[in-house]
Design a protein around this ligand. Structure first.
Ligand code: ADP
Ligand code: MG
Length: 655
C-alpha cells in the first residue's frame, strides 16, 4: 500500500477512472498530478470481473467469487461484459456455457438477456453494477468521497452496449461523467494527446478477447479509424494450450473430470505468468491415482504452444490497417494493452508485425484505467485548467426536421468526431421558393420532442414543380464539437451556411434524461413518426388524383369513376383519423382503383407528345403522367453514391 494520505474534509470529491473489463476490472485516480491504480487491502489492483450470488442474497465480487466458481458454476457469473446490451436471442448468449438463461416471456423481455441466479432474475446491467459498486467502495476506502467516474468501453461497442454500461454505472451509484473508448484511454495514459497529431495502433490482448484499433490523433482529438479483433481469442487460450500438456503430466489426458481440468488450467496460468519473467518453472502436480509429478516448463515450450494463438491476431491487425487505408509504416506508435501482452513472445510478434518497438512501459493491465482517470480529472476540472476537452463521440444525434414534423437523423449519436454527412432532400410543394431548415438534436422521432438548435431559411430558389429541386444538406462536426450546417440547392447552386454549437448548455444529466425519454417513448414515437409520414404521402396522392380527375376523367367509365371517388373520400377520412396502418391501407386501395386509369393516361400523354412536340417536352409530359414519385426517383438515381436521398422535403415556405 502507498503512503497514508491526509484527508481534507473540505476538498471537493475527486473523480475516478474505471476499466470495466471482461476478465479483470480496476479503478484509478489522480494523485499529485499522476494517475495511480487503487489497490485493495491485499495490495491487488485487479479485481476479477466475477460475481458470486449466495443463497442468502449476499453478493461476492472478485477473487473470492472466482474461488466459488468451480463448486457453484451457475451462481458465479464471469465475462458478463460479453452480454451487455444484447438481446435474449443474440447468438453471443449461447457461448457462455454455464449460465442459466431465463427464457423471455414477452418481446419486451427479449430485448435484454436475463440470467437466472439463485432463483432471482438478473440482467447483465445489474451484474456489472455489482462489479462497479465494489470498485466504488475500493475508491471510497481510499478517497472518502468519489466525484463522478469515466468508464471505458471497447471502441466497437454500439449504442445499446454503451447505454447498458452507463446504466450499470448509475445503478452502482456512480455519476458517469463519460464513457471513453478503451484504446483512446490507453493513448491518453501515454500522453499521446500532447503530440497533437499522429496515427497509432492499439493492440489489446486480454483474457478472452483481442481488439485492434487504429487511432488518428488530429489536432488533439482522437478519432477511431478502424477497429477489428476476435471476441474469442486471448490469454485464456494460452492457458488451455498449456493446460492440455499439464494434464498429460498428471496422467489425466483423457476424460479428466471438470475439477482436474480446472486444476490444470490454474497451474497453466501460474506457469504462464511466471514464464514472463523467467526462462523455466518447475510445477508440482497431483498425479491421477495418487502421488505428485514434477513438471518443468520452459519459456521456449510455452512459446511453441502459444505461437499459433498469437499469430491469429496478425490477420485482424492487417485487416484493420487495410480498413484504415494505411500501411504499418505510416504509424507513429503501437501501444500494448491487456495482461496477455506481457508474454514476451507477444511483444516480439507485435514488433515484427508492425516493424517497430511497441510502447509498453505502462503496466498493460492498468493502462486503460489510468487513461480513464486522466480523462475524469480533465472533465471534472475542465475550464479551471483551460485544458481542451477530449470529445471523441457525439452524445446525441443531429438531424433536421422534415415534412410532417419528423426528425431525420443525419449524424447519429456516438459518431466519432470530427465527422460529416450529407443528405439530399426534395421539395414537397409546387413552385416552392424557400426552404426552412430546422436543425434538431436528440433521439426522439419527432422534431418537436428533440432539442431545437437552429432555424434558417434558404431563399431565392426559382419556382419549380414539386420534387424537382434538390436540396443538399451537409452536416459537419469539427474537433471541438461545433456543428456547421450547409444547405445547397443543386440545380441553381444557391447555398447558405450556419454554425451551431450542439452540446452548448446541455449538461450530462440533460443528455441522460433525453436518452431515457427516447427509450421510454420509443414505440409511441415510432407510431407517431409512421403516421406523420403516411399523412404526408396521402396528401400528395390526394392532390395528384384530384388533378388527374380534373384533366382525364373522361378516361374512366361510370363504375370506375365511382370507385376512384370512393377511395378518395375514404383516404381523406383516414388522414383525419389517427392510424398509420389505416392511412396506408387506404393509400393502397386508391392505388388499386387508379391503376388501369393511370396506364390510359400515360398512353394519352404519349400520343399527345408525339403529335408534334419537341422530344424533351415528351420526356417531361411522360414524367408528369407517371406522377411525381418516379420523377423524384429519376433525379435521385443521379445522386453521387453515398448520399442518402429522402422523398420527404423540408417544410417549404410555399410560393
Ligand atoms: P480483460 O481486458 O479481458 O479484462 P486483462 O487485460 O486483465 O483482461 O488480461 C487478462 C489476461 O492477461 C489473462 O489471460 C492473464 O492470464 C493475462 N496475464 C496477466 N498477467 C500476465 C503475465 N504476467 N504474463 C502473462 N499473462 C498475463
Ligand atoms: Mg481490457
Amino acid at each position: 500500500m502507498g503512503l497514508l494520505e491526509i484527508f481534507d474534509p473540505v476538498a471537493a470529491p475527486r473523480p475516478i477512472g474505471i476499466d470495466l473489463g471482461t476478465t479483470n476490472s480496476l479503478v484509478a485516480r489522480m494523485r499529485d498530478g499522476a494517475p495511480v491504480a487503487i489497490r485493495d487491502c491485499d495490495g491487488e489492483a485487479l479485481l476479477p470481473s466475477a460475481v458470486y450470488y449466495d443463497e442468502r442474497g449476499q453478493v461476492i465480487v472478485g477473487r473470492e467469487a472466482l474461488r466459488m466458481a468451480p463448486a457453484h458454476p451457475r451462481d458465479t457469473i464471469v465475462s458478463v461484459k460479453r452480454l451487455m446490451g444484447r438481446g435474449a436471442n443474440d447468438p453471443e448468449t449461447a457461448r457462455l456455457g454455464t449460465i442459466d438463461f431465463a427464457a423471455p416471456t414477452s418481446p419486451d423481455e427479449a430485448r435484454t438477456v436475463r440470467l437466472r441466479v439463485q432463483g432471482r432474475i438478473l440482467t447483465p446491467v445489474e451484474v456489472s453494477a455489482d462489479i462497479l459498486r465494489r470498485l466504488r467502495e475500493l475508491a471510497e476506502d481510499e478517497m472518502h468521497s468519489v466525484g463522478g467516474a469515466v468508464i471505458t468501453v471497447p471502441a466497437y461497442f454500439d449504442d445499446a452496449q454503451r447505454q447498458a454500461t452507463k446504466d450499470a454505472g448509475r445503478l452502482a451509484g456512480l455519476e458517469v461523467l463519460r464513457l471513453l473508448n478503451e484504446p483512446t484511454a490507453a493513448a491518453l495514459a501515454y500522453g499521446l494527446d500532447h503530440k497533437k497529431n499522429g496515427l497509432f495502433a492499439v493492440y489489446d490482448l486480454g483474457g478472452g478477447t483481442f481488439d485492434i484499433t487504429i487511432l488518428l490523433l488530429d489536432d488533439g482529438v482522437f478519432q477511431v479509424r478502424s477497429t477489428g479483433g476476435d471476441s474469442a481469442l486471448g490469454g485464456d487460450d494460452m492457458d488451455r494450450a498449456l493446460g492440455r500438456v499439464l494434464l498429460e503430466h498428471m496422467g489425466a489426458a483423457e476424460d479428466a473430470s471438470p475439477e482436474v481440468v480446472r486444476l490444470a488450467l490454474d497451474a497453466a496460468r501460474r506457469a504462464k505468468h511466471a514464464l514472463t519473467d523467467r526462462e523455466e518453472v518447475a510445477l508440482e502436480l497431483p498425479r491421477m491415482g495418487g502421488g505428485t509429478a514434477t513438471a518443468t516448463v520452459t519459456r521456449a515450450e510455452l512459446e511453441r504452444l502459444v505461437a499459433p494463438i498469437v499469430e491469429r491476431t496478425g490477420v485482424a491487425c492487417r485487416r484493420a490497417l487495410r480498413d484504415a487505408g494505411i500501411e504499418a509504416s505510416a504509424l507513429d506508435g503501437v501501444l500494448l494493452v491487456g495482461g496477455a501482452t506481457r508474454v514476451p513472445f507477444v511483444r516480439r510478434y507485435v514488433r515484427d508485425l508492425f516493424g517497430r518497438e511497441p510502447l509498453a512501459d505502462i503496466d498493460p493491465d492498468q493502462v486503460v484505467a489510468l487513461g480513464a482517470a486522466i480523462q475524469a480529472d480533465l472533465l471534472a476540472g475542465a475550464g479551471s485548467t483551460g485544458e481542451v476537452l477530449l470529445l471523441d463521440v457525439l452524445p446525441l444525434s443531429l438531424g433536421i426536421e422534415t415534412m410532417g414534423g419528423v426528425a431525420e437523423k443525419i449524424l447519429p449519436r456516438n459518431t466519432t468526431i470530427p465527422a460529416g454527412a450529407r443528405q439530399v432532400f426534395t421539395t414537397y410543394a409546387d413552385k416552392q421558393t424557400g426552404f426552412e431548415l430546422h436543425v434538431v438534436q436528440g433521439e426522439r422521432e419527432l422534431a418537436a420532442d428533440c432539442r431545437s438548435l437552429a432555424r434558417f431559411t434558404l431563399r431565392g430558389i426559382p419556382p419549380m414543380p414539386a420534387g424537382m429541386a434538390r436540396l443538399e444538406v451537409t452536416f459537419h462536426v469539427d474537433a471541438d464539437g461545433l456543428l456547421t450546417v450547409k444547405a445547397r440547392e443543386v440545380t441553381t447552386g444557391i447555398e447558405q451556411e450556419v454554425l451551431v454549437k450542439p452540446s452548448y448548455g446541455l449538461s450530462d444529466e440533460e443528455v441522460e434524461r433525453m436518452l431515457l425519454d427516447a427509450i421510454d417513448h420509443g414505440e409511441e414515437d415510432f407510431e407517431r413518426r409512421k403516421l406523420a409520414e403516411r399523412r404526408v404521402e396521402a396528401e400528395r396522392i390526394l392532390i395528384a388524383t384530384r388533378g388527374a380527375l380534373a384533366a382525364d376523367a373522361d378516361l374512366l367509365d361510370a363504375s370506375e369513376r365511382k370507385a376512384v371517388e370512393t377511395a378518395l373520400a375514404e383516404l381523406t377520412v383516414a388522414v383525419a383519423a389517427g392510424s398509420a396502418n389505416l392511412v396506408q391501407a387506404k393509400i393502397d386501395a386508391l392505388d388499386d382503383a387508379t391503376k388501369e386509369w393511370a396506364g390510359r393516361r400515360m398512353d394519352r400523354a404519349i400520343a399527345h407528345a408525339i403529335a408534334g412536340k419537341q422530344i424533351d417536352e415528351v420526356d417531361a409530359t411522360v414524367a408528369q403522367a407517371r406522377g411525381v414519385d418516379e420523377q423524384v426517383a429519376e433525379h435521385q438515381a443521379r445522386l453521387p453514391p453515398g448520399a442518402r436521398s429522402s422523398q420527404t422535403g423540408p417544410t417549404g415556405e410555399g410560393s
